[in-house]
Design a protein around this ligand. Structure first.
Ligand code: ZN
Length: 434
Protein backbone atom coordinates (compact mmCIF):
# COMPACT_ATOMS: atom_id res chain seq x y z
CA UNK A 1 0.00 0.00 0.00
CA UNK A 2 2.63 2.44 1.16
CA UNK A 3 4.92 1.26 -1.62
CA UNK A 4 2.19 2.00 -4.17
CA UNK A 5 1.82 5.55 -2.88
CA UNK A 6 5.59 6.06 -2.87
CA UNK A 7 5.90 4.91 -6.47
CA UNK A 8 3.02 7.13 -7.54
CA UNK A 9 4.76 10.13 -5.94
CA UNK A 10 8.04 9.27 -7.62
CA UNK A 11 6.27 9.15 -10.98
CA UNK A 12 4.45 12.45 -10.42
CA UNK A 13 7.67 14.05 -9.24
CA UNK A 14 9.39 13.33 -12.52
CA UNK A 15 6.82 15.47 -14.34
CA UNK A 16 7.24 18.58 -12.19
CA UNK A 17 8.30 21.64 -14.14
CA UNK A 18 11.31 23.82 -13.31
CA UNK A 19 10.68 27.05 -11.39
CA UNK A 20 8.87 29.76 -13.38
CA UNK A 21 10.64 33.05 -14.21
CA UNK A 22 8.61 34.79 -11.45
CA UNK A 23 9.50 32.11 -8.89
CA UNK A 24 13.15 32.46 -9.86
CA UNK A 25 13.06 36.25 -9.79
CA UNK A 26 11.66 36.19 -6.24
CA UNK A 27 14.79 34.49 -4.94
CA UNK A 28 16.74 37.71 -4.61
CA UNK A 29 14.19 38.84 -2.00
CA UNK A 30 14.98 36.04 0.41
CA UNK A 31 18.43 37.33 1.29
CA UNK A 32 19.46 40.41 3.23
CA UNK A 33 19.70 43.41 0.95
CA UNK A 34 23.03 44.73 2.03
CA UNK A 35 25.59 47.03 0.54
CA UNK A 36 29.12 47.06 1.90
CA UNK A 37 30.72 50.49 1.76
CA UNK A 38 34.08 52.11 2.19
CA UNK A 39 34.89 55.61 3.40
CA UNK A 40 36.03 56.41 -0.15
CA UNK A 41 32.36 56.25 -1.26
CA UNK A 42 32.49 52.78 -2.80
CA UNK A 43 29.33 50.63 -2.40
CA UNK A 44 29.31 46.90 -3.18
CA UNK A 45 25.73 45.60 -3.73
CA UNK A 46 25.12 42.08 -2.46
CA UNK A 47 22.00 41.66 -4.56
CA UNK A 48 23.60 42.18 -7.97
CA UNK A 49 27.34 42.37 -7.28
CA UNK A 50 27.80 45.82 -8.82
CA UNK A 51 30.30 48.26 -7.35
CA UNK A 52 29.19 51.87 -7.45
CA UNK A 53 31.06 55.00 -6.41
CA UNK A 54 29.74 58.07 -4.65
CA UNK A 55 31.56 61.21 -3.63
CA UNK A 56 33.32 60.61 -0.31
CA UNK A 57 31.08 61.75 2.52
CA UNK A 58 27.95 61.80 0.38
CA UNK A 59 26.94 58.37 1.72
CA UNK A 60 26.12 59.83 5.15
CA UNK A 61 22.47 60.22 4.27
CA UNK A 62 22.31 56.74 2.67
CA UNK A 63 23.73 55.19 5.82
CA UNK A 64 20.67 56.62 7.58
CA UNK A 65 18.00 55.98 4.96
CA UNK A 66 19.36 53.15 2.82
CA UNK A 67 21.06 53.19 -0.56
CA UNK A 68 19.37 52.75 -3.91
CA UNK A 69 21.45 50.47 -6.17
CA UNK A 70 21.00 50.78 -9.92
CA UNK A 71 19.74 47.16 -9.91
CA UNK A 72 16.67 48.44 -8.06
CA UNK A 73 17.51 47.01 -4.64
CA UNK A 74 17.21 49.29 -1.63
CA UNK A 75 20.29 48.44 0.42
CA UNK A 76 21.13 48.68 4.09
CA UNK A 77 24.69 49.97 4.18
CA UNK A 78 27.31 48.20 6.29
CA UNK A 79 30.84 49.49 6.73
CA UNK A 80 33.20 46.73 5.57
CA UNK A 81 36.36 48.17 3.96
CA UNK A 82 38.24 44.90 3.60
CA UNK A 83 35.51 42.46 2.56
CA UNK A 84 36.02 40.79 -0.86
CA UNK A 85 33.89 37.66 -0.69
CA UNK A 86 30.50 36.88 0.79
CA UNK A 87 28.48 33.69 0.91
CA UNK A 88 24.86 33.28 2.02
CA UNK A 89 22.51 30.38 1.85
CA UNK A 90 18.81 29.81 2.53
CA UNK A 91 16.00 27.36 1.88
CA UNK A 92 13.37 28.54 -0.55
CA UNK A 93 10.05 26.72 -0.78
CA UNK A 94 7.38 26.85 -3.43
CA UNK A 95 3.87 25.49 -2.86
CA UNK A 96 2.27 23.73 -5.83
CA UNK A 97 -0.35 21.12 -6.65
CA UNK A 98 -0.23 17.98 -8.79
CA UNK A 99 -3.16 15.65 -9.49
CA UNK A 100 -4.96 16.60 -6.29
CA UNK A 101 -1.81 16.36 -4.20
CA UNK A 102 -0.30 19.30 -2.41
CA UNK A 103 3.46 19.73 -2.78
CA UNK A 104 6.01 21.87 -1.04
CA UNK A 105 9.20 21.94 -3.11
CA UNK A 106 12.30 23.15 -1.30
CA UNK A 107 15.41 24.54 -2.93
CA UNK A 108 18.77 25.14 -1.35
CA UNK A 109 19.81 28.56 -2.62
CA UNK A 110 23.36 29.82 -2.33
CA UNK A 111 24.32 33.41 -3.03
CA UNK A 112 27.94 33.96 -3.88
CA UNK A 113 29.51 37.38 -4.08
CA UNK A 114 33.08 37.93 -5.15
CA UNK A 115 34.20 41.49 -5.72
CA UNK A 116 34.42 42.26 -9.42
CA UNK A 117 31.98 39.52 -10.48
CA UNK A 118 28.19 39.83 -10.64
CA UNK A 119 26.26 37.98 -7.89
CA UNK A 120 25.77 34.30 -8.59
CA UNK A 121 22.79 32.34 -7.33
CA UNK A 122 23.11 28.60 -7.18
CA UNK A 123 19.67 26.94 -6.91
CA UNK A 124 19.23 23.21 -6.26
CA UNK A 125 16.02 21.41 -5.46
CA UNK A 126 16.72 19.23 -2.40
CA UNK A 127 13.42 17.87 -1.12
CA UNK A 128 9.69 17.73 -1.76
CA UNK A 129 6.93 17.22 0.81
CA UNK A 130 3.98 15.59 -0.94
CA UNK A 131 0.63 15.65 0.87
CA UNK A 132 -2.10 13.32 -0.42
CA UNK A 133 -5.77 14.39 -0.55
CA UNK A 134 -6.22 12.39 2.69
CA UNK A 135 -3.40 14.15 4.50
CA UNK A 136 -0.73 11.46 4.12
CA UNK A 137 2.79 12.76 3.65
CA UNK A 138 5.48 11.34 1.36
CA UNK A 139 8.88 12.97 1.31
CA UNK A 140 11.24 12.81 -1.62
CA UNK A 141 14.72 14.10 -1.02
CA UNK A 142 18.29 14.11 -2.20
CA UNK A 143 21.00 12.46 -0.10
CA UNK A 144 22.94 14.52 2.36
CA UNK A 145 25.85 14.15 4.67
CA UNK A 146 25.99 15.62 8.13
CA UNK A 147 27.86 15.60 11.37
CA UNK A 148 27.96 17.81 14.44
CA UNK A 149 29.69 20.64 12.58
CA UNK A 150 28.80 20.16 8.96
CA UNK A 151 25.95 19.52 6.58
CA UNK A 152 25.87 19.28 2.82
CA UNK A 153 23.52 18.06 0.15
CA UNK A 154 24.61 15.65 -2.53
CA UNK A 155 23.10 17.48 -5.46
CA UNK A 156 23.89 14.72 -7.93
CA UNK A 157 22.06 12.05 -5.97
CA UNK A 158 18.56 10.85 -6.94
CA UNK A 159 15.35 11.82 -5.23
CA UNK A 160 14.45 8.97 -2.86
CA UNK A 161 11.86 8.38 -0.17
CA UNK A 162 12.91 10.14 3.06
CA UNK A 163 11.51 10.50 6.57
CA UNK A 164 11.18 13.24 9.14
CA UNK A 165 13.72 13.18 11.93
CA UNK A 166 15.84 10.46 10.36
CA UNK A 167 18.76 9.92 12.68
CA UNK A 168 22.24 9.64 11.28
CA UNK A 169 24.14 8.21 14.22
CA UNK A 170 25.58 8.90 17.62
CA UNK A 171 24.29 10.88 20.55
CA UNK A 172 23.74 14.20 18.90
CA UNK A 173 20.11 15.22 18.32
CA UNK A 174 19.89 16.50 14.77
CA UNK A 175 17.17 18.81 13.57
CA UNK A 176 14.60 17.56 11.10
CA UNK A 177 16.04 18.18 7.62
CA UNK A 178 12.64 17.93 5.93
CA UNK A 179 10.75 20.41 8.08
CA UNK A 180 9.91 23.47 5.98
CA UNK A 181 9.35 25.60 9.09
CA UNK A 182 11.70 28.57 8.85
CA UNK A 183 12.11 28.34 5.05
CA UNK A 184 11.43 31.34 2.81
CA UNK A 185 8.23 30.80 0.83
CA UNK A 186 7.29 32.08 -2.58
CA UNK A 187 4.25 34.18 -1.59
CA UNK A 188 1.86 32.80 -4.23
CA UNK A 189 0.72 29.41 -2.90
CA UNK A 190 -1.07 27.04 -5.26
CA UNK A 191 -3.60 25.12 -3.12
CA UNK A 192 -5.70 22.05 -4.00
CA UNK A 193 -9.48 22.30 -4.29
CA UNK A 194 -9.98 19.95 -1.35
CA UNK A 195 -7.73 21.94 0.94
CA UNK A 196 -9.55 25.14 -0.01
CA UNK A 197 -12.89 23.47 0.61
CA UNK A 198 -11.65 22.40 4.04
CA UNK A 199 -10.97 26.02 4.88
CA UNK A 200 -7.40 26.83 3.80
CA UNK A 201 -6.90 30.60 3.91
CA UNK A 202 -4.07 33.01 3.18
CA UNK A 203 -4.07 33.60 6.95
CA UNK A 204 -2.76 30.05 7.54
CA UNK A 205 0.18 30.71 5.21
CA UNK A 206 1.25 33.51 7.54
CA UNK A 207 1.05 31.52 10.79
CA UNK A 208 4.36 31.82 12.65
CA UNK A 209 6.84 29.04 13.43
CA UNK A 210 4.85 26.13 12.13
CA UNK A 211 5.38 23.62 9.37
CA UNK A 212 3.11 24.29 6.37
CA UNK A 213 3.12 20.56 5.60
CA UNK A 214 1.77 19.85 9.10
CA UNK A 215 -0.94 22.50 8.64
CA UNK A 216 -1.99 20.89 5.36
CA UNK A 217 -2.00 17.38 6.82
CA UNK A 218 -4.06 18.55 9.77
CA UNK A 219 -6.65 20.35 7.68
CA UNK A 220 -7.02 17.40 5.32
CA UNK A 221 -7.43 14.80 8.04
CA UNK A 222 -9.25 16.42 10.97
CA UNK A 223 -12.90 17.49 11.00
CA UNK A 224 -12.29 19.45 14.17
CA UNK A 225 -9.43 21.37 12.54
CA UNK A 226 -11.68 22.15 9.60
CA UNK A 227 -14.40 23.53 11.89
CA UNK A 228 -11.92 25.51 13.97
CA UNK A 229 -10.43 27.16 10.87
CA UNK A 230 -13.87 27.94 9.47
CA UNK A 231 -14.73 29.54 12.81
CA UNK A 232 -11.65 31.73 12.36
CA UNK A 233 -9.93 30.35 15.49
CA UNK A 234 -6.46 30.32 13.95
CA UNK A 235 -4.58 30.22 17.22
CA UNK A 236 -6.51 27.10 18.20
CA UNK A 237 -5.66 25.58 14.82
CA UNK A 238 -2.00 26.42 15.38
CA UNK A 239 -2.18 24.81 18.81
CA UNK A 240 -3.71 21.66 17.30
CA UNK A 241 -0.98 21.45 14.67
CA UNK A 242 1.83 21.99 17.17
CA UNK A 243 0.43 19.35 19.53
CA UNK A 244 -0.69 17.04 16.71
CA UNK A 245 -4.23 16.97 18.12
CA UNK A 246 -6.62 15.73 15.48
CA UNK A 247 -9.44 15.70 17.99
CA UNK A 248 -10.20 18.68 20.15
CA UNK A 249 -11.36 17.70 23.62
CA UNK A 250 -13.22 20.98 24.00
CA UNK A 251 -14.86 21.15 20.56
CA UNK A 252 -18.27 21.85 22.16
CA UNK A 253 -16.74 24.83 23.97
CA UNK A 254 -15.34 26.12 20.68
CA UNK A 255 -18.86 25.99 19.24
CA UNK A 256 -20.22 28.04 22.15
CA UNK A 257 -17.37 30.54 21.65
CA UNK A 258 -18.31 30.75 17.99
CA UNK A 259 -21.95 31.44 18.75
CA UNK A 260 -20.88 34.20 21.10
CA UNK A 261 -18.41 35.70 18.65
CA UNK A 262 -15.55 35.00 21.05
CA UNK A 263 -12.03 34.79 19.60
CA UNK A 264 -9.29 32.81 21.34
CA UNK A 265 -6.00 34.61 20.93
CA UNK A 266 -3.85 32.46 23.20
CA UNK A 267 -4.97 28.85 22.84
CA UNK A 268 -2.55 27.22 25.27
CA UNK A 269 -3.51 29.71 28.01
CA UNK A 270 -7.18 29.29 27.11
CA UNK A 271 -7.21 25.49 27.38
CA UNK A 272 -5.27 25.69 30.60
CA UNK A 273 -7.98 28.02 31.88
CA UNK A 274 -10.74 25.61 30.79
CA UNK A 275 -8.94 22.72 32.54
CA UNK A 276 -8.85 24.80 35.70
CA UNK A 277 -12.55 25.66 35.40
CA UNK A 278 -13.26 21.94 35.10
CA UNK A 279 -11.20 21.25 38.20
CA UNK A 280 -13.16 23.90 40.05
CA UNK A 281 -16.40 22.23 38.96
CA UNK A 282 -17.58 25.30 37.04
CA UNK A 283 -20.09 25.01 34.22
CA UNK A 284 -17.95 25.03 31.09
CA UNK A 285 -20.98 25.57 28.86
CA UNK A 286 -21.67 28.93 30.42
CA UNK A 287 -20.35 31.79 28.25
CA UNK A 288 -19.92 33.84 31.42
CA UNK A 289 -17.00 31.54 32.31
CA UNK A 290 -15.70 30.42 28.95
CA UNK A 291 -15.75 33.76 27.13
CA UNK A 292 -13.88 36.02 29.57
CA UNK A 293 -13.19 39.63 28.55
CA UNK A 294 -9.69 39.36 29.90
CA UNK A 295 -8.39 35.82 29.57
CA UNK A 296 -5.19 36.44 31.53
CA UNK A 297 -7.01 37.91 34.51
CA UNK A 298 -9.64 35.16 34.46
CA UNK A 299 -6.93 32.50 34.15
CA UNK A 300 -4.98 33.89 37.11
CA UNK A 301 -8.09 34.13 39.26
CA UNK A 302 -9.17 30.57 38.46
CA UNK A 303 -5.68 29.28 39.06
CA UNK A 304 -5.41 31.06 42.41
CA UNK A 305 -8.73 29.54 43.51
CA UNK A 306 -7.62 26.09 42.40
CA UNK A 307 -4.25 26.40 44.13
CA UNK A 308 -6.01 27.32 47.37
CA UNK A 309 -8.24 24.25 47.14
CA UNK A 310 -5.30 22.00 46.25
CA UNK A 311 -3.31 23.25 49.21
CA UNK A 312 -6.17 22.62 51.60
CA UNK A 313 -6.61 19.13 50.12
CA UNK A 314 -2.91 18.43 50.42
CA UNK A 315 -2.89 19.52 54.03
CA UNK A 316 -5.83 17.27 54.77
CA UNK A 317 -4.13 14.34 53.06
CA UNK A 318 -0.93 15.08 54.95
CA UNK A 319 -2.83 15.05 58.23
CA UNK A 320 -4.43 11.73 57.35
CA UNK A 321 -1.14 10.19 56.40
CA UNK A 322 0.48 11.46 59.62
CA UNK A 323 -2.32 9.86 61.67
CA UNK A 324 -1.72 6.55 59.88
CA UNK A 325 1.98 6.61 60.78
CA UNK A 326 1.61 7.40 64.48
CA UNK A 327 1.09 3.80 65.57
CA UNK A 328 4.23 2.58 63.84
CA UNK A 329 6.33 5.35 65.31
CA UNK A 330 5.03 4.72 68.81
CA UNK A 331 5.84 1.03 68.48
CA UNK A 332 9.33 1.84 67.21
CA UNK A 333 10.46 4.54 69.66
CA UNK A 334 7.74 4.67 72.33
CA UNK A 335 10.03 3.25 75.01
CA UNK A 336 12.18 6.41 74.88
CA UNK A 337 9.28 8.83 75.31
CA UNK A 338 9.80 9.13 79.07
CA UNK A 339 13.28 10.58 78.74
CA UNK A 340 13.86 14.20 79.75
CA UNK A 341 17.37 15.62 79.92
CA UNK A 342 17.81 19.04 81.45
CA UNK A 343 20.40 21.33 82.98
CA UNK A 344 17.78 23.66 84.37
CA UNK A 345 17.58 25.83 81.26
CA UNK A 346 17.76 23.45 78.32
CA UNK A 347 15.20 20.70 78.12
CA UNK A 348 15.86 17.82 75.76
CA UNK A 349 13.20 15.19 75.00
CA UNK A 350 12.49 12.78 72.12
CA UNK A 351 9.89 13.75 69.53
CA UNK A 352 6.85 11.79 70.66
CA UNK A 353 4.76 11.65 67.51
CA UNK A 354 4.97 11.98 63.74
CA UNK A 355 2.99 15.18 64.18
CA UNK A 356 5.87 16.42 66.34
CA UNK A 357 8.23 15.69 63.46
CA UNK A 358 5.99 17.66 61.13
CA UNK A 359 5.89 20.64 63.50
CA UNK A 360 9.60 20.46 64.30
CA UNK A 361 10.36 20.36 60.56
CA UNK A 362 8.11 23.26 59.63
CA UNK A 363 9.18 25.47 62.51
CA UNK A 364 12.90 24.77 62.18
CA UNK A 365 12.85 24.74 58.35
CA UNK A 366 14.75 21.51 58.02
CA UNK A 367 13.95 18.12 56.57
CA UNK A 368 13.39 16.01 59.70
CA UNK A 369 9.81 15.34 58.56
CA UNK A 370 10.22 15.27 54.76
CA UNK A 371 13.11 12.84 54.97
CA UNK A 372 11.07 10.57 57.25
CA UNK A 373 13.43 10.55 60.23
CA UNK A 374 10.57 9.07 62.26
CA UNK A 375 11.26 5.73 60.63
CA UNK A 376 15.00 6.00 60.10
CA UNK A 377 16.82 2.92 61.31
CA UNK A 378 18.73 3.32 64.62
CA UNK A 379 17.91 7.02 64.86
CA UNK A 380 16.40 8.71 67.88
CA UNK A 381 15.36 12.29 67.24
CA UNK A 382 15.20 14.69 70.16
CA UNK A 383 14.26 18.32 70.42
CA UNK A 384 16.25 20.71 72.62
CA UNK A 385 14.10 23.58 73.88
CA UNK A 386 14.29 26.53 76.24
CA UNK A 387 10.99 27.49 77.85
CA UNK A 388 9.23 25.36 75.27
CA UNK A 389 10.91 27.19 72.37
CA UNK A 390 12.75 24.98 69.91
CA UNK A 391 16.53 25.53 69.80
CA UNK A 392 18.10 22.54 68.07
CA UNK A 393 17.05 19.12 66.77
CA UNK A 394 19.32 16.22 67.72
CA UNK A 395 19.87 12.86 66.06
CA UNK A 396 21.35 10.10 68.20
CA UNK A 397 22.51 6.81 66.72
CA UNK A 398 21.04 3.99 68.80
CA UNK A 399 23.81 1.55 67.90
CA UNK A 400 26.80 3.70 68.74
CA UNK A 401 25.03 6.05 71.20
CA UNK A 402 26.69 9.03 69.59
CA UNK A 403 25.28 12.31 68.33
CA UNK A 404 25.02 12.21 64.55
CA UNK A 405 23.88 15.80 64.23
CA UNK A 406 22.40 18.65 66.20
CA UNK A 407 21.06 21.55 64.22
CA UNK A 408 19.12 24.73 64.76
CA UNK A 409 16.72 26.47 62.41
CA UNK A 410 17.65 26.13 58.74
CA UNK A 411 20.31 23.58 59.67
CA UNK A 412 22.51 26.17 61.38
CA UNK A 413 24.27 25.82 64.70
CA UNK A 414 23.06 27.97 67.59
CA UNK A 415 25.00 29.57 70.49
CA UNK A 416 23.71 26.63 72.58
CA UNK A 417 25.20 24.02 70.30
CA UNK A 418 28.23 23.01 72.39
CA UNK A 419 26.17 23.09 75.58
CA UNK A 420 23.55 20.80 74.01
CA UNK A 421 26.16 18.33 72.75
CA UNK A 422 27.92 18.17 76.09
CA UNK A 423 24.63 17.82 78.02
CA UNK A 424 23.59 15.01 75.71
CA UNK A 425 26.89 13.18 76.02
CA UNK A 426 26.84 13.39 79.79
CA UNK A 427 23.36 11.84 79.83
CA UNK A 428 23.73 9.30 77.03
CA UNK A 429 23.54 6.55 79.69
CA UNK A 430 19.86 7.37 80.14
CA UNK A 431 19.22 6.33 76.57
CA UNK A 432 21.61 3.41 76.70
CA UNK A 433 19.79 2.06 79.76
CA UNK A 434 16.52 1.61 77.85
ZN1 ZN B 1 22.53 46.02 -7.00
Amino acid sequence: MRKGINNKVKEMSKKLKPLSPDQLAYIKNIFDKKGYYKKSGEVWCQCCGRIEHQLPGSLDIDIECGYQCSCGAHLTLVYAPRLNRMYDRAYYSVVQTCQGWQIIRTFNVERNNTKGILTQYDINEVYQNWISPDGEEVILGKSYSRGVNYFFWKYNSDFSIRHHNAKSSGYYAFEDVFDTCGNYFYPKFCITKKLRRNGWKKRIEKLPCVSMAECMKMLLSSNHAETVVKQGQYDVFLHMVRNKWKELEYMNILNICHRNGYMITDASMYFDYIDTLNNLGKDVRNPKYICPDNLYEAHDKALAAWTKIRRAQEQLEEKKSIAEKEKDYKALRGKYFGILITDGTLEIAPLKSVKDFFEEGSEMHHCVYQNKYYKKKDALILSARINGKRVETIEVNLKTYSIVQSRGACNKNTPYHDRIVSLMNRNMNLIKAI
